[in-house]
Design a protein around this ligand. Sequence first.
Ligand code: AGP
Length: 612
Amino acid sequence: MCGIVGFVGREEAAPILLEGLRQMEYRGYDSAGIAVRSPEKGLQVKKSKGRLQALADLTHNGTDVSGCLGIGHTRWATHGEPNDINAHPHVSENGAIALVHNGIIENYLEIKEQLARQGVSFASDTDTEVVAQLLEFHYNECGSMLEAVGRVLRRIEGSYAFGIICSDYPNALIAARKDSPLILGYGENGNFIASDVTAIIKHTRDVAYMNDGEIAVLTENSIDVFDSEMTPLEKEHSFIEWDVTAAEKCGYPHFMFKEILEQPEAVRKTISPRIRDGRIVLDDISLTAEYAENISHIYMIACGSAFYAGSVAKYVWEQLLRRPVEVVLASEFRYSDPLVDENTLVIAISQSGETLDTMAALREAKRLGGRTLAVCNVVGSSIAREADDVLYTWAGPEIAVATSKGYSTQLAALDLIGLYLADLLGSVSREEYDEILTELQVLPEKMQQYLEHYEETQYYASLYFNHDSIFFIGRNLDFAMGLEGSLKLKEISYIHSEAYASGELKHGTISLIEPGTLVVALGTHGPLFDKAMSNVVEVKARGATVLAVTTEGFREKMEKTADAVIAVPETHRLLQPSLGIVPLQLFAYYVALQRGCDIDKPRNLAKSVTVE
Ligand code: AGP
């Protein structure tokens, strides 16, 4: 979704802003713009609909726009269509104030009407322009920009991250945040703001995360941060561990392909540091055996693929903990008056740590007194900081909109936590604990093993890419894994796809199977393999073409019935989805490739969904 970058320092701002926006392209956007101030030219604003390249062309790669203070933005339209006028930055009527905004101002219409009655005219349809005009209004009233920002923040409702510059303040950049991420970057040649660390990582790894209600004033030599009462605050600095290449394609055709191949390493990084002397050690989280004993109910809340990772984990945890686990879509949880009390453990799963629905669901769980634990990939993200505990997945930056290593590391992290809790509760035998732990540690090798021979998956994608509708069927863990496989396919290849629990077929959905329908039959879950086979026979009898995914051990049996078979190495039955998902990701990838889709930036989708 929208991206913000800002710079004040001793270098030309425009190239820094354009490069920062380029690094955030993966988030999804439909227009882009920059505003730069120079002593000679004053405030210069350039905006363009479409790809960032259009803005780069318009400004001759930034050379037409001079000055060492500036803000930039990539917009993902919410209020008003994507066009040059609605693109950010928005400028106040007298042209002195420019502002970029992520988030949504909920009471903008009311403020707009009030300002219009006072004679202010508006150029765009956006909620953001209203803030720029309101800022000018208060600035004219009080004569201090900082005071005017404070007044505006008290008046507006909704979510925001702002970057603001003003002609009267040639050396200052003002930033503010509520419910939308904003990072402060401390550089050698100046200071930065960014909504995403990728935008500034080339310049600095020394950052601080703004909290809700904070306002920051940046100059080339300093960053001063205030709370909503304008009391100065000391910010804790964080160091970004990963380097620039982690967020670059490095010769791979797509980020998604690179990230699929990075899975063994990402899973290893998530698991290995947390296993010592044959035991799971979760220093990061503070769950005690006493607390675990009192857990009466466990919720997993998440969206999209993270929800599907939770769907796999539900089966795993219920097996291991023998306690009820409910996986609820975060967007439903927040409005469902959920049954949460102090004995409820709520696991919020989010790669980005910024998904608004998951954030809101987490807050609701906390408000009701539940204990919250976040499984997040982005250090310092909002969900990670608000949860009582956080366990990071060490996947590194994930750039492709369709998650792969984000999902795999979520599975690994949830397996770890589940096994850890089962050990605290004594609900797993020592033998099984050891067996699962051993298999967890060799998962990366087994993933790698499959990844070295994935050509058959590529081949089957070339056979089946022109189907209009593809069904995934499976039972138990295979069903949960199929949900993610189906989502991968639809989000990047735009093929209609559904995942069904195989046992449900005869309760209605089998009517959709007709000669030639492609069914991806998942039979990796050993205990239910025979049932999976029966379902293959069932759909074959109705004329379906069956592509089966199973384990090496079952390959031969499956080949007798299915039209095509992909096999992955075997592991503990509870961990099998971590291997089974890899061919499904690659199948989706190659199908999308055959269909000429924009794999890393699928239509209508954004990497992190920070609006409701
Ligand atoms: C996955 O491929 C999707 N792009 C999407 O479903 C994603 O998993 C979902 O939006 C949740 O994101 P999060 O993990 O960052 O919270």
